[in-house]
Design a protein around this ligand. Structure first.
Ligand code: AP5
Length: 217
């Protein structure tokens, strides 16, 4: 199955994607994580992406599609794939359709996670991430046992630079302008389309996600 998780920044796409991919032994493909890894490694892509990410703007479609194409080629064609934060524009959605068609696959399910802006802003301002193992915490909703330190590996937690208030506001605008049109795009496609209210505890959101007929079968 190929799943696309849609929704604004901070709605919990990554949190839910990691859980589902772990449970199904599927591949979790987060373009945000891939770009941050490229930045950490100082690759040409990472250097090109940095300014866009720090400003809360989208990285150009061509760079993203090359990244996803390369990453998908390493994933077995019978493995479940959960896309998180991709596609983000209709050009990326068209590109994904083409890449999947070449692999004899298609987008099977699109899940839209929804929450009010004030919830998103609070979640992003409280998010802390582990630069070493990728674990995600929240100082308000899901704090680490020792403040500032990763429960899993002990590394010092970071506050993402694009989680600062001004950048968060821009990311929310960019979502409305460039990514929200994908709702109509996918509602009119052959893929199943589901909506989940995500302004509830992680476990409740996951229970609804897991119970979707396309996921539960
Ligand atoms: P990316 O990393 O994809 O960020 P995003 O989509 O803005 O999503 P987030 O990671 O901020 O939020 P999320 O929905 O995954 O929430 P999470 O689970 O972490 O992109 C970053 C940048 O990279 C972009 O701005 C762009 O520049 C570039 N980029 C990436 N992909 C691109 C693409 N395809 N095209 C072009 N550019 C691209 O949760 C957030 C917080 O809330 C956490 O602290 C978590 O613990 C907490 N939380 C989650 N769920 C709950 C809950 N139910 N209750 C309470 N707290 C919760």
């Amino acid at each position: 199955m190929v799943l696309v998780l849609l929704g604004p920044p901070g709605v919990g796409k990554g949190t839910q994607a990691v859980r589902l991919a772990e449970e199904f032994h599927g591949a979790h493909v987060s373009t945000g994580d891939l770009l941050r890894a490229a930045r950490r490694d100082g690759t040409p892509l990472g250097r090109k992406a940095q300014g866009y990410m720090d400003d809360g703007e989208l990285v150009p479609d061509a760079l993203i599609l090359d990244l996803v194409r390369e990453h998908l080629s390493e994933i077995a064609s019978d493995r479940h794939v959960v896309f998180d934060g991709f596609p983000r524009t209709t050009a990326q959605a068209d590109g994904l359709g083409g890449v999947l068609a070449g692999l004899g696959r298609t987008v099977d399910l699109v899940v839209l996670f929804e929450a009010p802006d004030e919830t998103l802003i609070k979640r992003l301002s409280g998010r802390r991430t582990c630069p070493s193992c990728g674990a995600v915490y929240n100082v308000f909703f899901n704090p680490p046992e020792v403040a500032g330190s990763c429960d899993r590996c002990g590394a010092t937690l970071e506050h993402r630079t694009d989680d600062q208030a001004a950048t968060v506001r821009r990311r929310l605008e960019v979502y409305q302008e460039q990514t929200a049109p994908l709702i109509a795009y996918y509602e009119g496609s052959g893929a199943a389309f589901e909506r989940i209210r995500a302004d509830r505890p992680v476990e409740d959101v996951y229970a609804d996600f897991r119970a979707l007929p396309e996921v539960a079968k």
